[in-house]
Design a protein around this ligand. Structure first.
Ligand SMILES: Nc1ncnc2c1ncn2[C@@H]1O[C@H](COP(=O)(O)OP(=O)(O)OP(=O)(O)O)[C@@H](O)[C@H]1O
Ligand SMILES: [Mg+2]
Length: 240
């Protein structure tokens, strides 16, 4: 069977700081396919957030390459446009704009795509309904619960249907029920849109339930038997 071309191919990636004194990533290589949900694990300081920043083009590597959909991302002239169209971010702390309602926060990413106001409103309302947040749409982030805020952050990250979703400890501040709900929403996105979802997590139960794990230690991928669920995303879709 032919392997499909990976959506993401990371090759010999290095990122150092302080003139090389801190080596956050050291020769990281892996690839991942559309539709996969991959856990990124490892102890504090191992390089998870650094890697997610590089993948989202928020930062540039010291050496190595990142190919996205067959394109070398180093050649992308306008990272803002790339992010707006193709990347969604979810962080441990929600990063919502505090002066905007949940509805306005979810509408915001569509401005960069040039969608008219009426369509932005309609799409945001539909997304908030999916997230069970209709009754909170006109609330400011400070006036809703942590779980609601994080679901709104997920809604904002998914609204442009990104092909790459990067989540950095998205459940770190949530109880297990709300945490599971956020993970379910991210997995549904991967399955429904054929997106690649990477989730940095310290929670082994969450990692175990995803398609596979990439484990980092001291900036390097730990080789050896990190977990891999039998079957691929396709099989999992059928099983749902
Ligand atoms: N801007 C920076 N300047 C210097 N060192 C940095 C910088 N950003 C990260 N580092 C260092 O790079 C290493 C990797 O950090 P990173 O934030 O990627 O780890 P992490 O795996 O996300 O950790 P955590 O689980 O605590 O979030 C750490 O040693 C960190 O101190
Ligand atoms: Mg981190």
């Amino acid at each position: 069977m032919n392997e499909p071309t990976p959506l993401l191919a990371v090759s010999h990636l290095f990122r150092s700081y302080e003139g090389g004194l801190v080596q956050a990533l050291r020769d990281v290589s892996f690839s991942a396919r559309a539709g996969e949900v991959v856990a990124l694990t490892g102890p504090s300081g191992c390089g998870k957030s650094t890697l997610l920043s590089l993948l989202g083009l928020l930062d540039r590597p010291t050496a190595g390459s990142i190919q996205f959909a067959g394109q070398d991302t180093a050649l992308i002239r306008n990272p803002n446009a790339f992010r707006a169209a193709d990347v969604g971010f979810v962080f441990q702390f929600h990063h919502m704009v505090s002066t905007m309602t949940l509805q306005e926060n979810v509408e915001a990413p569509m401005v960069a795509l040039g969608l008219p106001k009426r369509e932005r409103q309609a799409r945001a309302s539909m997304m908030l309904e999916r997230m069970d947040l209709v009754s909170r749409a006109n609330f400011l982030p400070a006036n809703v619960s942590g779980g609601e805020r994080q679901r709104a952050a997920v809604a904002r990250a998914l609204i442009n249907q990104p092909r790459l979703l990067l989540a950095d400890e998205p459940t770190g501040n949530l109880d297990s029920t709300n945490g599971q709900r956020v993970i379910d929403l991210l997995v549904q996105h991967a399955r429904a849109q054929g997106a690649l979802v990477l989730i940095a997590t310290h929670n082994p139960e969450i990692a175990q339930a995803l398609d596979r794990t990439i484990e980092l230690l001291d900036g390097q991928v730990v080789s050896g038997p990190s977990h891999q669920r039998l079957g691929g995303p396709r099989e999992l879709v059928r099983a749902v």
